[in-house]
Design a protein around this ligand. Structure first.
Ligand SMILES: C[S@@+](CC[C@H](N)C(=O)[O-])C[C@H]1O[C@@H](n2cnc3c(N)ncnc32)[C@H](O)[C@@H]1O
Length: 298
């Protein structure tokens, strides 16, 4: 399926979300400004220059083509998601002994570098050779492999730790990928999964990126409710140690479409979690399946 992202509707929606979230206690002048902004966008009083790509629709790319295009600029793009995710991940990693670590969907190797820096022997896996090439330039000591989250090119119980950052959102269902992480991590090992928070994916949907010659594109993000993750972890026999939901920090990526409607965007996301960080372990002794009691309960 190949979709299109309608930028004008996105911008109007964010203005509307700011109104919605301030409908109860919002400042009158702020609310009036939002309504006025919407009127200007709808009546085209705000010209196309106020919208990214002049408000045109933006095309969808699959993960292979999208990250091929994105790899050239990925590391230079500021990201409010990464800004709030990294400190949480860093604190968890600081508490773990060095070992063999998998960076699943490693991309350009952001977490690979964090793991190498903490003394781990790192295997990085990604579906994009272009993203992996960048990872290799920065972490030549890492063992980098082409592969998919749903079929990791690793043996059972072969790593102590697996990290998968900001990639599961591209999968329609997290269950197979969570099962794969559980398969390759040894009993007693740890798994850390970070993802776009379902709030932002449900409300905003997609991240736009420049695909070349200033053209915008997107790779589809899917909503994964926290209950979906809990079901997938339980099905894979994993135990959740903690779930963190870092909040939007008020900073918008410079030059992005949200900056053009900064007041509305900040009010729309204010106080909402934008990322989820799961800290999960593989039980040292596999969980014993519950035995039904005589009256049929468990
Ligand atoms: C937003 S980037 C995140 C990269 C890195 N983990 C980070 O946090 O900086 C998402 C990465 O997931 C990879 N990816 C997407 N779908 C994948 C799949 N099914 N299997 C493996 N990698 C995948 C993409 O190629 C891309 O490198």
């Amino acid at each position: 399926m190949s979709g299109e992202f309608r930028v004008r509707e996105l911008v109007l929606g964010i203005e509307g979300l700011a109104l919605l979230r301030n409908a109860v206690d919002g400042d009158e002048a702020f609310l009036r400004e939002r309504v006025e902004d919407i009127r200007r966008f709808v009546s085209a009083e705000y010209g196309e220059e106020k919208l990214p790509d002049g408000g045109a629709t933006v095309s969808e790319l699959d993960a292979a083509r999208g990250y091929e295009a994105w790899s050239a600029v990925y590391d230079s793009l500021p990201s409010s998601y990464i800004e709030v995710e990294e400190p949480v991940v860093g604190r968890i990693l600081d508490g773990l002994a060095p070992g063999v670590a998998l960076d699943a969907a490693c991309g350009t190797g952001r977490q690979t570098r964090a793991l190498v820096g903490r003394g781990h022997r790192v295997i990085g896996v990604d579906q994009s050779p272009h993203m992996l090439e960048k990872a290799g330039e920065r972490s030549p000591q890492a063992d980098l492999r082409i592969g998919h989250l749903e079929r990791l090119p690793l043996d059972d119980d072969s790593v102590d730790l697996a990290v998968c950052s900001l990639a599961m959102t591209h999968l329609p269902d997290v269950t197979p990928a969570v099962a794969e992480l559980a398969r390759v991590v040894r009993p007693g090992g740890r798994i850390m999964v970070t993802d776009m928070h379902p709030f932002v994916i449900a409300l905003q949907g997609q991240c736009l990126f420049v695909s070349g010659a200033e053209e915008l594109a997107f790779v589809r993000n899917h909503v994964h409710l926290l209950s979906h993750y809990l079901e997938a972890f339980a099905a894979a026999g994993l135990r959740v140690r903690a779930c963190h939901e870092p909040l939007f920090n008020g900073r918008l990526a410079p030059g992005g479409y949200e900056e053009a409607i900064g007041d509305a965007a900040r009010a729309a996301w204010d106080g909402l979690p934008i990322v989820v960080v799961w800290d999960v372990e593989v039980p040292a002794v596999p969980a014993v399946p519950a035995v039904p009691s005589q009256d049929g309960g468990v």
